[in-house]
Design a protein around this ligand. Structure first.
Ligand code: CA
Length: 231
């Protein structure tokens, strides 16, 4: 199990991320102060650290330097400050990536996978198979029954997100938040249009779905159209 340390003093964000990443299979520990976080890194050696820049006891930028002096653990900064100079300093001090609040769990998880992969720490589950559909995150390619699919960038993003949650319902709101970064506002019509393009490429229609099954009024899920029979 991949272990993540979350250093964040905001209870709501900490709880939400802990739950969200926990559901994705990560073991998430948390610290509400910078020094508690540093101690945890040294003692527990987590596989990755996510840290807020606005901490009560020590400035996040300073904490990045302190952690980096003690460990080469991948670090992702969580911040409300999306100003360039701060991010440049965070990266210069050894952070590997950052996410700007507000963000969705899927985005955070994708960035985690990326930094873990770069660090060679993830047993990369880069290829996802659902029936005859194969989606490869590393090469951003997908194929159906061995035939490559020609997907536009957003189409791939949608397909990958659905595949990584195969069988589970993903709401249009979530898709807007994760793929289009429109956590608030945005039109569900955008999602509908992309889903219909995806369906065409998968050789199916909304009326006769195979992989992409609409859940009326909720969203969509990606399923294996021919699950193996249990006899
Ligand atoms: Ca904070």
């Amino acid at each position: 199990m991949v272990s993540i340390l979350l250093v964040e003093d905001d209870d709501a964000i900490r709880t939400a991320l802990q739950r969200g990443l926990g559901e994705l299979g990560y073991a998430v520990a948390s610290a509400a102060t910078g020094l508690a976080g540093l101690e945890h890194v040294i003692r527990e050696r987590p596989d990755a650290v996510m840290l807020d820049l606005g901490l009560p006891d020590v400035d996040g930028l300073t904490l990045i330097s302190m952690i980096r002096a003690a460990s080469d653990v991948p670090m992702i900064v969580i911040t409300a400050r999306d100003d360039d100079p701060t991010m440049v300093r965070a990266l210069d001090r050894g952070a590997d990536d950052y996410v700007v609040k507000p963000f969705g769990t899927e985005q955070v998880a994708a960035r985690l996978r990326a930094v873990l992969r770069r660090g060679g720490r993830e047993n990369a589950q880069a290829t996802i198979r659902v029936g005859e559909l194969v989606v490869d995150e590393r090469t951003r390619t997908a194929s159906l029954a061995g035939v490559p699919l020609e997907l536009a960038r957003k189409e791939f993003d949608v397909l990958f997100l659905l595949a990584s949650r195969q069988g589970g319902v993903v709401t249009k709101r979530e898709l807007l938040a994760e793929i289009w970064q429109q956590a608030y506002g945005g039109s569900e019509r955008t999602v509908d249009v992309h889903l219909s393009w995806l369906r065409r490429k998968l050789g199916e229609t909304a009326a006769e779905p195979r992989y992409l099954v609409s859940v009326r009024g909720v969203g969509v899920r990606l399923v294996d159209p021919q699950p193996e029979d249990v006899e």
